[in-house]
Design a protein around this ligand. Structure first.
Ligand code: HCA
Ligand code: CU
Length: 377
């Protein structure tokens, strides 16, 4: 899992999110932020999708970003001819291989798919840019069909093959096994794309890397078709635990919150309360037992260090599960002088009030201050 790379698809898959509409300026702002964050590739909507999509693709290619710019097309020469003229560093080609998509979407058989793949790949390669070939709905495709098509495209020299869990049906063990199998039949890099319909997109990405994949498709906040794909932030949370040095050196983690806010604003959603890292309570500790241990040593109840992401931890003390250690730390913040015995006494006042109604910080501060002035009087 150590040397993984990120393909950010906020400006392609993310544009397929129900709420998404990105102006040219917004796309440029997002692309620049992702580049500064350190993603390896930025994938853009097909130039064939609309006239403006083509212009935006050309404009982003001209920014001179460190990240390589990709566009995403159907496996068709008509698309390929337009894509290679936009100035992109590479082209991601995709075609459905499952029986669902072959019968009900494009209506082509595996022979036709192989022939058009070879034609498109050779054409894109002849222009000196990167080419990835991916099957859509890989996990509902026939394994023999998949292995055959990947062997064919590997032989003619694609840079990467991709597998896509288009409908979000795959589980981590299936992912691990499919990647391992592919790894044994191709020599090029493997890229993976996971939808989150059954909540497995981060776990699947992790298992893909364990199985030997090198690249993962992500989008900011996971936005995409339906409920989206592997989120950038969630994958960072997973990977900083697995490969801390690599992740901290390579990615500008303190930018994560700003990038998420930028995209959340652009598509008019809020950051989910339970989002990894940036959810409002991601580093809030509540129960008295947790608060006590966190105050002694944060590693007791934290696998992620909020400082790595420019976040801060918070000890929630205004509730009936609170304990005297949490109240003690609040007393110190208020710069008041109470003995441990007195803190225990005021803690029980806080707890009995919190049994009656929900408290806020100000309520607790008032209880503490009142108690303090009474004992000093
Ligand atoms: C889609 C296509 C895709 C492509 C993934 C890829 C998918 O259905 O819109 O190119 O790797 O999920 O299959 O996003
Ligand atoms: Cu997708």
């Amino acid at each position: 899992v150590n040397q993984f790379q990120l393909i950010d698809s906020t400006l392609r898959e993310g544009e397929q999110f129900a709420n998404a509409f990105f102006s040219t300026e917004k796309k440029i702002e997002i692309a620049k932020a992702l580049d500064e964050f350190g993603v390896d590739y930025i994938e853009l909507t097909s130039p064939v999708a609309s006239e403006q999509s083509k212009k935006d693709c050309e404009a982003i290619c001209k920014l001179g970003l460190k990240a390589k710019i990709l566009t995403h097309i159907r496996c068709h020469m008509d698309d390929a001819r337009i894509a290679v003229e936009t100035g992109v560093d590479g082209v991601d080609v995709v075609i459905g291989t499952s029986k669902f998509l072959r019968e009900f979407s494009h209506g082509k058989d595996m022979n036709y798919i192989a022939n058009s793949a070879v034609e498109v790949i050779n054409f894109v390669k002849s222009k000196g840019i990167e080419i990835r070939f991916s099957s859509e709905d890989s996990f509902r495709s026939d394994l023999v069909d998949l292995l055959n098509i990947y062997k064919t495209v590997d032989k003619i020299g694609v840079n990467r093959i991709g597998i896509a869990d288009t409908v979000g049906c795959a589980n981590p063990r299936q992912v691990y096994e499919l990647v391992r199998t592919l790894k044994s039949v191709v020599s090029c890099d493997i890229e993976c794309h996971f939808h989150n319909d059954t909540g497995c997109s981060i776990a699947n990405a992790y298992c893909a890397l364990e199985g030997g994949a090198k690249l993962i498709d992500v989008s900011v906040l996971g936005i995409g078709e339906r409920n989206g794909i592997t989120p950038l932030g969630g994958l960072m949370a997973r990977m900083i635990v697995a490969a801390p040095e690599y992740v901290k050196d390579k990615y500008n983690l303190k930018m994560l919150r700003d990038i998420e806010n930028l995209v959340a604003d652009a598509v008019e959603v809020n950051i989910p309360f339970n989002n990894p890292i940036t959810g409002f309570c991601a580093f809030t500790h509540k129960a008295g037992i947790h608060a006590k241990a966190i105050l002694a040593n944060p590693s007791t109840y934290e696998i992620l260090n909020p400082n790595d992401f420019g976040m801060t931890r918070y000890i929630h003390f205004a509730h009936r599960l609170t304990g005297w250690n949490a109240i003690k730390s609040r007393v110190e913040q208020l710069n008041l002088n109470l003995t441990d015995e007195q803190i225990k006494e005021v803690t029980s006042k806080v707890k009995s009030m919190a049994d009656i109604r929900s408290l806020n910080i100000d309520d607790v501060d008032s209880i503490i201050k009142k108690y303090h002035s009474e004992i000093k009087a």
